[in-house]
Design a protein around this ligand. Structure first.
Ligand code: SAM
Ligand code: F3S
Length: 485
């Protein structure tokens, strides 16, 4: 009987991605099959983010429940992974001594070895090291379900924003080699994936040696548009070039990426949005605050003026682009005036979606030494106001889409109604519509009929027209946009 694996994921897309990898690793090593029922599992893994305190506390609540299961079935294995594991390390065993494995985001590929060591030694195993990029060389191929997939192109972060735990839990920024990323995407495409999301904490910080490009993926393509200005060397390719190559891979029809950082959002990347029709018309670009004083205390490395200039140039390059953002409200010392500046920035830039967080001091970060002086209620009021404002803009963009046509990949049944489909528009909105089953994993053209609070509704306008984007030139796309607009 194959062993059953239950994984509880709390956190961002990176955590989701890591959970998928844990599942792939344990499937390859011991045929373990995923189950959604913890009570039915032989291995229980908790993959939790520690970026905000709430998520961190959740893991200990979950572990309390897992303990009950282990009391009934002592042979089950309980593991804690992700950023919480990196941060707490062996401390997790002090709080929860029944835990068998503690592993970090960079050591998840060692799970089979950790499990074997746990069994042979009878002792809990802890491995939260950062063995550079070794992980990717030891991961089995991604198991593909459907026509969308994510590919991690870099790990960690070296920005050290003063509030953020990520550089300490995931380690410094390390980019994967260009040819490894391209080989992964090409393999996914061969297995039917046509929409790919490139993942990383700061994908646009990705840099890799051009010299490793394989001939089959276009070594002769122009490498000049995106030479790494920062490295001062013509031997390193940047993120815009990677995007260009990924868009060239046969079978890949839409490319998304997340998250990008304003500091490395240069001209090459902005031009890529004008040049590459397969690039989704959506950028998630965290700004965090609209006050220069706060941005500087956060050590973000840009001013509001610089941020606004990126948005202006992006919109000039791709007029229909949707820009969403992250905000932190209630950072130490944030005054009413600082917050009003954030509201003003959001108003000026009309973000099309946001994640608004209340500041939470993370142990070991520089900001944790500052006095967390914004009262709890003030933080909550601010977060509500800001989120409501951005939601209002997003709703007006959605309303403006009614009557337009969108080319979308049918990903599967709708979450609410199994008789309907779900898909994601280029500007990152979930759209639901009815249609025959054979449309799953196909590209179709839909007409938007209604804008709801968080989703769109549509009808299939053309069941096949969505399918030939390779021939869609920039000018054709511009025509579609004009029509859509
Ligand atoms: N790489 C992204 C960027 O450019 O900023 C951020 C990735 S971070 C893991 C995701 C989001 O969590 C951040 O954009 C920030 O808004 C939020 N965040 C990080 N640390 C936080 C803290 N201490 N308190 C509240 N929110 C936090
Ligand atoms: Fe965190 Fe700043 Fe990096 S928010 S993930 S340290 S860009």
């Amino acid at each position: 009987m194959p062993r059953k694996l239950y994984i509880r994921t709390i956190g961002c897309q990176m955590n989701e991605y890591d959970s998928q990898k844990m599942s792939d690793v344990l499937f390859a090593a011991e045929g373990a099959e995923r189950t959604s029922d913890a009570a039915d599992a032989d291995i229980l893994l908790f993959n939790t983010c520690s970026v905000r305190e709430k998520a961190q506390e959740k893991v200990f609540t979950d572990l309390g429940r897992a303990r009950e299961l282990k009391l009934a079935r002592p042979d089950i294995l309980i593991g804690v992974g992700g950023c919480v594991a990196s941060q707490e390390g062996a401390g997790i065993l002090e709080r929860a001594p029944f835990v068998d494995l503690v592993f970090g985001p960079q050591t998840l590929h060692r799970l089979p070895a950790l499990i074997a060591a746990r069994r042979s030694s009878g002792l809990p195993q802890v491995d939260i090291s950062f063995p550079e990029i070794e992980k990717f060389d030891h991961l089995p191929p991604t198991r593909v379900e459907g026509a969308t997939a994510s590919v991690s192109i870099m790990e960690g972060c070296s920005k050290y924003c003063s509030f953020c735990i990520v550089p300490y839990t995931r380690g410094e920024e390390v980019s994967r080699p260009l040819d490894d990323v391209l080989a992964d995407v090409a393999e996914l495409a061969q297995r039917g994936v046509s929409e790919v999301t490139l993942l990383g904490q700061n994908v646009n910080a990705w840099r890799a040696p051009v010299l490793r490009v394989g001939t089959e993926v276009g070594a002769d393509a122009a490498v000049t548009p995106d030479m790494d200005a920062h490295a001062g060397s013509a031997a390193r390719a940047g993120f815009a070039l990677l995007l260009e190559y990924v868009c060239e891979i046969p079978g890949i029809e839409r490319v998304r990426y997340t998250t990008s950082h304003p500091r490395e959002f240069g001209d090459a990347l902005i031009e890529a949005h004008a040049r590459l029709p397969k690039l989704a018309r959506h950028v998630h670009l965290p700004v965090q605050s609209g006050s220069d004083r706060v941005l500087s205390a956060m050590k973000r490395g840009y001013s509001t003026l610089e941020y606004k200039s990126i948005v202006r140039r992006l919109r000039r390059a791709c007029p229909q682009i949707s820009i969403s953002s992250d905000f932190i409200v209630g950072f130490p010392g944030e005054t009413d005036e600082d917050f009003e500046r954030t509201m003003k920035l959001a108003d000026e830039l009309r973000f099309d979606g946001s994640f608004c967080f209340t500041y939470s001091a993370r142990p070991g970060t520089p900001a944790a030494a500052l006095c967390d002086d914004v009262p709890f209620d003030t933080k909550n009021d601010r977060v509500r106001r800001l989120q409501a404002q951005v939601d209002g803009y997003a709703a007006s963009v959605s309303a403006g889409m009614v009557g337009t046509r969108e080319r979308v990949l049918v990903t599967g049944p709708s979450r609410r109604d199994a008789d309907e489909f779900a898909a994601r528009t280029s500007n990152n909105r979930v759209v639901n519509f009815a249609g025959p089953r054979h449309l799953i994993s196909r590209w179709v053209e839909v007409e938007i009929t209604e804008a709801r609070a968080h989703t769109l509704r549509a009808v299939v306008a053309h069941p096949t027209r969505g399918h030939a984007p390779d021939s869609e030139t920039a000018s054709e796309r511009a025509r579609t946009q004009t029509h859509a607009g």
